[in-house]
Design a protein around this ligand. Structure first.
Ligand code: PLP
Length: 457
């Protein structure tokens, strides 16, 4: 099958004729066509012309255990033959989701009670909003429906999760955001804090912005805040020390829930199993996807605390049976893949490895980019990093939109055999490779990116 695909001469033409690409500049695509990947092994990808690339992004921050893992393929084959699908509506169940739910609750970063399964980070965040609404209806506070996210936060693209996403360019053309969503300041030191501002003062300002927003809206109208432990697609933004405890204190004062969107940070990316732990977050709800199966099969999960769960169950008298779920909620094949993926992560010590390789990657990024005249900041923690380009370092000054360079650097890096990704709301290139990347491959990836930056300037 695979060879048959490789020998198809005309994939580019067929793609242009039939395939509506997600997140793509479609007019450019009609002219230029696709880049077709046909094979992956470890951190390496091969295209249909035989060119090879280091995948510096693990797909879209997700193929954490690397490509070509037989352990997952074997489990998938076995599960597909044993029971490819049955649903979990109306108290039906299959075995692998039960086992996965138990395992997730056992490993949860803060005490959690139950797991609800979906397919993607976007649908999981939609579910979280419905859970917040249901929770507040069930406990007789139906006014608490607004959800606050952050500017530059990324939470998905469905109508609700796309509204939570704090990127205007992803709203335009779609009539988003919905009216119950608000956005607050991101902990983005480069652009939100003047040079020399202490972490303590920056945290106080950010917590103050959030509290002022809640007070302006009316605490009786605000249900939850959603935050990524470390913001990914918005620019790889690591909050200052003390940030989440300060945020939690604000939320506690106003009876507002905290949703941790761990879609990127869950399962080891920051060198701890969960970003919640690394960043001292105390969420009531946790969203998981991507690394839960290392993307071998789509799967997402909402972890729900006892407080929220109990109110939802007790609400049944007034609200009736819980009327939410997808055909593919708790898909047995996806749960089997997740169990195999978690085995690999634990047996191979990949969380610790992500931390160690991450430290190596940050040292290489500093060595390669710190002296660059157009680099404003090198950021990240664990095995996620970013380099932001600026027109002037001091005072930090952005390029005009038409002159931004990250997109061109990403293209030039391909010529060096390196896949990185331009982040839409910062003039930034990002790195989020599989945890199995070696030190040599990290060096190759970072040096390729530096050569690419030199080539476009
Ligand atoms: N939340 C975060 C933090 C993400 O990074 C993403 C995707 O990149 C999502 C949610 C949306 O996930 P999906 O693309 O699976 O819908």
């Amino acid at each position: 099958m695979h060879d048959l695909l490789r020998n198809t001469p005309d994939l580019e033409t067929l793609d242009k004729r039939y395939f509506f690409h997600p997140f793509t500049a479609l007019a450019d695509h009609e002219r230029n066509g696709p880049h077709v990947v046909v094979k992956g092994e470890g951190v390496w990808l091969e295209d249909n012309h035989g060119a090879r690339f280091i995948d510096g992004m693990a797909g879209l921050w997700c193929v954490n255990v690397g490509y070509g893992r037989e352990e997952i393929a074997d489990v998938l084959q076995h599960q597909a033959l044993t029971l490819p699908y049955f649903h979990s509506f109306s108290s039906w169940a299959t075995d692998t989701p039960i086992l996965l739910a138990e395992r997730l609750i056992e490993m949860a970063p803060v005490p959690m009670s139950k797991v609800f399964f979906g397919q993607s980070g976007s649908d999981a965040n939609d579910t979280q909003v419905k859970l917040v609404w249901y929770y507040n209806n069930a406990r007789g506070k139906p006014g608490k429906k607004k959800i606050i996210a952050r500017n530059r936060g990324y939470h998905g693209v469905t109508i609700v999760s796309g509204s939570l996403t704090g990127m205007p360019s992803l709203h335009s053309g779609f009539d988003l955001p919905l009216s119950f969503v608000r956005h607050t300041t991101a902990p983005y030191r480069l652009w939100e804090a003047e040079p020399g501002l202490s972490d303590e003062d920056f945290v106080a300002r950010l917590a103050g912005d959030l509290e002022n927003l809640i007070l302006a809206e009316g605490p009786e109208t605000v249900g939850a805040v959603i935050m990524e432990p470390v913001m990914g697609a918005g620019g790889v933004i690591v909050p200052p020390e003390g940030y989440y405890p300060a945020i939690r204190a604000v939320l506690d004062r106003h009876d507002v829930l905290l949703i941790a969107d761990e879609v990127i940070t869950g399962f080891g990316r920051l060198g701890t199993m969960f970003g919640t732990t690394a960043m001292a977050m105390q969420p009531d709800l946790v969203t998981l996807a991507k690394g839960i199966t290392s993307a071998y099969v789509p799967l997402s999960a909402c972890m729900v605390s006892e407080k929220v769960w109990r109110a939802i169950v007790d609400g049944q008298g007034a609200l009736g049976a819980f009327g939410h779920g997808y055909t593919y909620s708790a898909h047995p094949l996806a749960a089997a893949a997740a169990l195999a993926n978690l085995d690999i992560i634990e047996n191979d010590g990949l969380v610790e490895q992500a931390g160690a390789r991450g430290a190596f990657m940050h040292a290489r990024l500093q060595a390669a980019f710190a002296d660059h005249p157009l680099v404003g900041e090198i950021r990240g923690t664990g095995l996620v990093g970013a380099v932001e380009f600026v027109a002037r370092k001091s005072p930090a000054t952005r390029f005009e939109p038409a002159l931004k360079i990250a997109g061109r650097v990403v293209k030039a890096a391909l010529a060096q055999g390196v896949i990185t990704r331009a982040l839409p709301h910062a003039d930034t290139i990002s790195f989020s490779p599989p945890f199995v990347i070696s030190e040599d491959e990290i060096t190759q990836m970072v040096e390729g990116a530096r050569k690419a930056a030199d080539a476009v300037m």
